[in-house]
Each structure stands twice: as structure tokens, then as C-alpha cells.
Design a protein around this ligand. Sequence first.
Ligand code: CA
Length: 235
Amino acid sequence: MQNKQIVVIEDEPDILEVLCYNLEREGYKVFESLDGSEGLALIKQKMPDLVLLDLMLPSMDGLEICRQLKANQRTQHIPIIMVTAKGEESDVVLGLGIGADDYIPKPFSPRELIARVKAIIRRSERVEQLDNKDVIEIDYSELGRLVVDNSKHLVSLNNENIKMTASEFRLLFCLASHPGQVFSREQLLNHTSGDNVMVIDRNIDVHIRSIRKKMGAENPFIETIRSIGYRFLDR
Ligand code: CA
């Protein structure tokens, strides 16, 4: 198997070293940069399978790099994980809105880092399969088999139907068709009120609470990401 390639842009040498060491140990081919615009050039040159991106960087900040990658047809498919410091939650929300895929808060454990990287690479490989699907079927072994059918507007868990309101259904469909992906509230609003069918109540949190209750309060399908938004459970 060909090694997956990752570009890491981080201006703190110690953190860069930790990131690269752990990724290389896991078998990834890593290219690194301490500088924003140099890092952007490196991405365009290497066309990696994933980018790990610090936000505060010299010469060009991480959000701008993200913006440029997503605006360019050649690079817009490359998944981006932001590596963020405490207090950058609002930048994370902005980044997700621009098209970043996920974020890892500092300090991170190597285990968490690798798990996140693997999940994002795996997801980017199957994103097309899920993206145009009308029926989402995920087998969560111990939690049961979840089916979210967009054409019939049906949700079932272990063959038991769960009644959802129209707004709840659209939110759930959006989250469940991107398991593991973090969505900000703003993104969820955009995803669920994109067409003219219905403008959903802006209070996302109320809907989420109700969805959770209906799916069984003890089932951890929807994770709250503090100060950011929500993420649906990945298998
Ligand atoms: Ca930095």
C-alpha cells in the first residue's frame, strides 16, 4: 500500500516535531513547514492526502490558507484538520464554515491525533459514497443499526421507527450522512435550510435535544463539541 502523505504546517518547532514524529511512526509520509505561505506552496506542490494546519502562523494565517485551498479546484478536496490553541473556538467555527474538516485542540494526545487523522482520511475516501446517498445505513454494533431514509423521511434504530419533526429529520440526516464531522450551528442551519422547502427554527440546540431524547438519551449518537457545535458518532 502506498503511504498516505500529510503536510503539517505549525510554527512552534516543538509541536511540529511531536506531530511529525507521531505521524511518521504511524507510517505516514510527512512534509513540514514552519511558515504559512511556504506551507501553502508545499501543499500545492505535494498534493497530500491530508493537511494539519495551525491557525496562528507567520506570513499567512491558517484560515487564509484554508480559504485559498478551498477556493482552488485543484486543492479543494484535500481534507484539513486545524490544530488549535485554547481560545480559538471562534476561529474554529470560521474554519469549519470555510470548509475545514475537523480540528484538534492543543494540547492533544498522540493517540487522539492519530485517531482523528485516520478518521478523516477514511472519511475522505468514502465521502462520495455517502454524499449522494438518499438512505444512510450505519451498523453501530452494540447501539444497533441506524437507518435514515431521506426519500421516505423515515428514521429507524434496530428496526424500530422513530418519529421526527421535519426540522429534526433534516438535521439528523445532515449529521448522520457525515459521521465524525464537526458541524457548527451556522453550518447546520445552512445545510438544513438551503432550499425553499422550509426554513428551520434557528434554535438548533432545542432540536438536537429533542432528537437525542427520541433516539434514547443514553445513546451517544450526537456529541456536543463545546463552543463549536455537534458531531455525529463515527463507527
Ligand atoms: Ca502557531
